[in-house]
Design a protein around this ligand. Structure first.
Ligand SMILES: [Zn+2]
Ligand SMILES: [Zn+2]
Length: 440
C-alpha cells in the first residue's frame, strides 16, 4: 500500500466562511458621501464620453487578455494602450522613470488640482491574466478619457500613468522614486475581484533572503570539522514556525528553502531560505522584520554558522492606507451602474495579498476599490479568475469601472470641499511617509 497522495484539505471552514460572508454581503449597505461632487452637467458629459469609448475599451481588454506579458516585459500591452490614447488626441510618453514599459499622458498643465488614474497591465507566469490586470488597464484608460473631457473646464488636471510589474517588481515605487508622482495630489485605480468592495485591505510585504554560511566537510569521515549551514536554515525555519502563534492574526510569513546543500555526504557549507513577510500596517511590518532578523541571528549562533540577510530584492510593498472620503464618492458613483460596493469588513479581510499601490497610498491620498468580475468563490491568481477577467463579466467591469473612475476623478476636481476632506483625512492618518527610508 502506498501513500503518495496528500491528505485533502477539509473544506468545512471554507464553506462556513462563504456562508457567513454571503449573509453579511446581503445585509450590507454601501458607503454614502457627504459631498456633492461634480454637477449633473459634468456627470452627463463624463458618462457620455465613457459610453462612447466602451467598445474600444472592451476590445483592448480582450486584446491584452489574449496576449499576456509578465512584468517589465509588457511591451505589446503598453504599445496597444498608447495607440488607443493617441487615437483620441493625447500625447503619450512610453518609457519613463527608468522603466521601458511605463506610460504617461495627461491633460494640459495648470495650477489646479492634479489626480492620476493608474493602469497596470502585467500578467502572471503560467496563468495569463489570472489577476485581471487587463481590466485594470482598460478601466483606467476609460476613466482617464472620461475625466479628460471635463478636467480643463473644472480647472484641474488628470493624468494616466501606466505602472509596470505590480506582480513583483514594484513599478509604482520605482516611478515614485524617480519623481513621476511629485506633481500629483491623489491617485486612483481599481482592481478586479470576486466582490464589489469600496475599501479592501492589502498587506504590506517585504522579502527576506537568509543565506547561512557553514564549513563544508566529509559528512562521514570528518563531520567534526564541519559547520552545517543546512542545520542553521532548518533552525531558522523552525524558529519562524514558533513565532507564528504570537503574531497578529493578519500577519503572514511564508518561506521556502532555495539552497540546502548538494549531496548527503558533504556537510553543506551554504544554505538559503527565501521568505515573504506581510503585515497590515507599516509599523507592524517593521516589527515583524525585527523578529525575523533575531531568528536568523539566533539560528546562526546555535549552529556556529554565519548569516547574511538580503532584504527586498524587489521594493518593499506597503499596505494600503484607506481614504474613506474618496471611497464614499466611488460607492455613490458605482450605484448608477447597478453595483453596490461593499464597505470594509464584510468580505473577510484576510482574503488579500499585497500591491505596490500601497506605497503611493502613504505618499498621497489613494483609492483602490475592488470590482467584481467573477462569482464570490473564485480566487485571484487562478485559471478560473483569468477566465472571468476575459469573459462578458470582465468586459462589463471595464465599462462600469471606467465610469466609476471618471466620475470620481471629476468629483475630486470639481468639489473643493470634498478635496479638502480627502486631504484632511490623509493628514489625520499621519500624512506622507518617507517611504524609501522607512525600513532602514
Ligand atoms: Zn495579483
Ligand atoms: Zn493584481
Amino acid at each position: 500500500m502506498t501513500h503518495a497522495a496528500p491528505v485533502p484539505p477539509d473544506d468545512s471552514h471554507l464553506r462556513s466562511l462563504i456562508e457567513a460572508t454571503a449573509d453579511a454581503v446581503a445585509a450590507a449597505e454601501p458607503l454614502s458621501s457627504d459631498y456633492a461632487g461634480a454637477d449633473a452637467e459634468t456627470r452627463a458629459a463624463v458618462e457620455e464620453e465613457v459610453r462612447s469609448r466602451a467598445d474600444e475599451l472592451v476590445a483592448l481588454s480582450q486584446d491584452l487578455h489574449a496576449h499576456p506579458e509578465e512584468g517589465f516585459a509588457e511591451h505589446r500591452s503598453v504599445g496597444a494602450l498608447a495607440e488607443l490614447l493617441r487615437a483620441h488626441g493625447h500625447e503619450v510618453t512610453v518609457g519613463l522613470g527608468g522603466l521601458d514599459t511605463a506610460l504617461r499622458t495627461g491633460t494640459p498643465n495648470n495650477d489646479g488640482p492634479h489626480i492620476a488614474v493608474l493602469s497596470e497591465y502585467d500578467a502572471l507566469p503560467g496563468l495569463g491574466h489570472g489577476c485581471g490586470h487587463n481590466v485594470i488597464c482598460t478601466a483606467g484608460a476609460g476613466g482617464f478619457l472620461g475625466a479628460a473631457a471635463v478636467a480643463e473646464r473644472l480647472g484641474g488636471r488628470v493624468s494616466l500613468v501606466g505602472t509596470p510589474a505590480e506582480e513583483g517588481g514594484g513599478g509604482k515605487e520605482t516611478l515614485a522614486r524617480a519623481g513621476v508622482f511629485d506633481d500629483v495630489d491623489a491617485v486612483i485605480m481599481l482592481h478586479p475581484f470576486s466582490h464589489d468592495i469600496a475599501l479592501h485591505p492589502f498587506l504590506g510585504r517585504r522579502q527576506l533572503e537568509m543565506v547561512f554560511h557553514g564549513v563544508g566537510a566529509h559528512a562521514s569521515a570528518q563531520p567534526f570539522m564541519g559547520r552545517n549551514a543546512l542545520d542553521a536554515a532548518v533552525a531558522a525555519y523552525q524558529g519562524v514556525s514558533a513565532l507564528r502563534q504570537q503574531l497578529p492574526s493578519s500577519d503572514r510569513v511564508h518561506g521556502i528553502f532555495t539552497d540546502g546543500g548538494a549531496r548527503p555526504n558533504v556537510i553543506p557549507a551554504r544554505a538559503a531560505l527565501l521568505f515573504y513577510l506581510r503585515s497590515a500596517n507599516p509599523d507592524t511590518l517593521r516589527d515583524l522584520a525585527g523578529r525575523m532578523t533575531a531568528i536568523a541571528h539566533g539560528a546562526a549562533e546555535m549552529t556556529g554558522c554565519g548569516v547574511e540577510l538580503h532584504w527586498d530584492a524587489q521594493p518593499a510593498y506597503l499596505p494600503i492606507r484607506f481614504n474613506t472620503t474618496l471611497a464614499g464618492r466611488w460607492s455613490v458613483n458605482q450605484q448608477g451602474t447597478g453595483r453596490k460596493p461593499l464597505p470594509p469588513g464584510i468580505v473577510p479581510e484576510f482574503l488579500t495579498g499585497s500591491t505596490d499601490l500601497g506605497n503611493l497610498s502613504f505618499r498621497m491620498p489613494a483609492l483602490h476599490p475592488m470590482i467584481a468580475v467573477s462569482g464570490p468563490t473564485v480566487a485571484l491568481h487562478t485559471k478560473e479568475f483569468a477566465d472571468a477577467a476575459g469573459s462578458p463579466t470582465g468586459d462589463q467591469a471595464v465599462v462600469d469601472g471606467a465610469l466609476g473612475l471618471a466620475l470620481t476623478v471629476a468629483d475630486y476636481l470639481a468639489d473643493a470641499e470634498l478635496r479638502q476632506a480627502v486631504h484632511d483625512e490623509f493628514e489625520a492618518a499621519g500624512g506622507a511617509l518617507d517611504v524609501p527610508s522607512f525600513f532602514d
